[in-house]
Write a protein that binds this ligand. Structure first.
Ligand SMILES: Nc1nc2c([nH]c(=O)n2[C@H]2C[C@H](O)[C@@H](COP(=O)(O)OP(=O)(O)OP(=O)(O)O)O2)c(=O)[nH]1
Ligand SMILES: [Mg+2]
Length: 317
C-alpha cells in the first residue's frame, strides 16, 4: 500500500490560549511516535466519536482542563514513513481548570513568536504558522496621498488589525519605498506585521518581513529561499496554484474571490462551497478573500479557513 492510500489516523489537537495569548505546548514521551518532540496537546479520535468530543476528552485526560470554547483552526493530512495522520486542530480560547501534565509530560506556556524555537513533528509546520498568524488580514486600498495612507492604516490598527499587507500598484517604486518606511514604525508600535505585495527583488531591498506574491510572481518563483524575509505568501485562485504554493512551502495563501467584489467585477466568485472544496485540499493556512469582512469570520472558519483578508472592510473603518 502506498503512503497516500494508507488509512489516515484522525487526531484532535489544540492550540490552547491563555488570557495573555500564550500557547500551551507539551513534550511527547520519548517512547511514543514522534517522541521527544513538542506538540499541541491532543490525541486519537475513537471510532464513531465526534471530533469535538475527542478534543474535550483528550484535553481532560492529558491536561485536566475542561474546554469551554473552541473553533476550527486548520486540518493537516501528513504521511510519515510509518503512519499517516489527519491532524484536526482547534483553537481553545476558554477552558476551566489549571493545565498540567497529567501523564507526567512536561508542559510549557509560550508566546506565538517563541513557537519558532521549539522542535515539532514534521506535520506541524503549517500548524505553527496558523498559530502565529492572525484571523484578519488587511490589504491596503487606494489613498489620495501618503498622509491618507498613514491615517487609514492607523485607523485599521486601532480597529485591532495586526497584519497589514501594503499593496499599491499605482505608486512609482520610489513612492512605494517611502510609504513602506513611513508605515513601518506605525505597525511596529502596534505590534503588527507589515508585509508588501511587490516584486521579490524590491521586497528584499526593503528588508521586508513578509512578501505576498500575485499569481504571476508565484508562477515565476523558483525557491522560497529567494526571499530573505520571514513570511512568504501568495494569491491563489484554483487547485493548481494552491498546489504550487504548498510545493514551494509558502507560509499561507489567500484564496479568491469568495464573493463578488467591486475590485474584480468580471471574475466569477467561488462561493462558500467552492472555497470549502479547495480549502479542504490545502495543506497550508488559507485566508478567504473577496467581499469578506468581520461578519464572515465564522463562515470562513467553518470552511477550514485561517480567517479573512480584505481591503474595503477595514480600509475605511
Ligand atoms: N497530539 C498531537 N499529535 C501530533 C502532533 N503532531 C503530530 O504529528 N502528531 C501525531 C503523533 C501521533 O502519531 C498522533 C497523535 O497521537 P497521540 O499519541 O497523541 O494519541 P493519544 O493521545 O490518543 O495517545 P495513545 O492513547 O495512543 O497513547 O499524531 C501534535 O501537534 N499534537
Ligand atoms: Mg496525545
Amino acid at each position: 500500500m502506498s503512503k497516500t492510500e494508507r488509512r489516515l489516523i484522525h487526531v484532535a489537537a489544540a492550540v490552547i490560549l491563555d488570557g495573555d495569548q500564550r500557547i500551551l505546548l507539551a513534550r511527547r514521551p520519548d517512547d511514543k511516535h514522534q517522541g521527544g518532540l513538542w506538540e499541541f496537546p491532543g490525541g486519537k479520535v475513537e471510532a464513531g466519536e465526534p471530533v469535538r468530543d475527542a478534543l474535550d476528552r483528550e484535553l481532560f485526560e492529558e491536561l485536566g482542563i475542561r474546554v469551554r470554547s473552541a473553533r476550527p483552526l486548520i486540518q493537516i493530512p501528513h504521511h510519515y514513513a510509518d503512519k499517516s495522520v489527519l491532524l484536526d486542530v482547534f483553537v481553545v480560547d476558554r477552558f476551566d481548570g489549571q493545565a498540567h501534565g497529567r501523564e507526567g509530560q512536561p508542559v510549557r506556556w509560550v508566546s506565538a513568536q517563541q513557537l519558532s524555537d521549539y522542535s515539532f513533528p514534521a506535520a506541524n509546520r503549517p500548524i505553527v504558522a496558523a498559530a502565529q498568524l492572525p484571523a484578519r488580514m488587511l490589504i491596503t486600498g487606494t489613498a489620495t496621498d501618503a498622509a491618507d495612507y498613514l491615517a487609514r492604516t492607523e485607523r485599521a490598527l486601532a480597529c485591532g488589525l495586526r497584519w497589514v499587507m501594503l499593496r499599491a500598484p499605482e505608486l512609482a517604486e520610489a513612492d512605494f519605498c517611502e510609504l513602506y518606511r513611513q508605515l513601518l514604525p506605525l505597525c511596529d508600535a502596534a505590534g503588527a506585521t507589515l508585509g508588501v505585495n511587490c516584486d521579490l527583488a524590491l521586497a528584499n531591498r526593503l528588508g521586508a518581513q513578509a512578501l505576498h506574491l500575485n499569481r504571476h510572481r508565484l508562477a515565476q518563483l523558483g525557491t522560497r529561499d529567494a526571499f530573505k524575509g520571514e513570511w512568504l505568501s501568495a494569491s491563489c485562485h484554483d487547485a493548481a496554484e494552491l498546489a504550487r504554493a504548498a510545493e514551494l512551502q509558502l507560509d499561507f495563501v489567500t484564496l479568491s474571490p469568495v464573493a463578488h467584489t467591486d475590485s474584480h467585477p468580471d471574475t466569477r466568485p467561488l462561493g462558500w462551497q467552492g472555497f470549502a472544496d479547495l480549502c479542504g485540499e490545502a495543506t497550508l493556512p488559507v485566508y478567504a478573500l473577496g467581499g469578506m469582512g468581520d461578519k464572515d469570520l465564522d463562515a470562513a472558519w467553518a470552511r477550514g479557513a485561517q480567517g479573512v483578508a480584505a481591503i474595503s472592510e477595514w480600509w475605511g473603518c
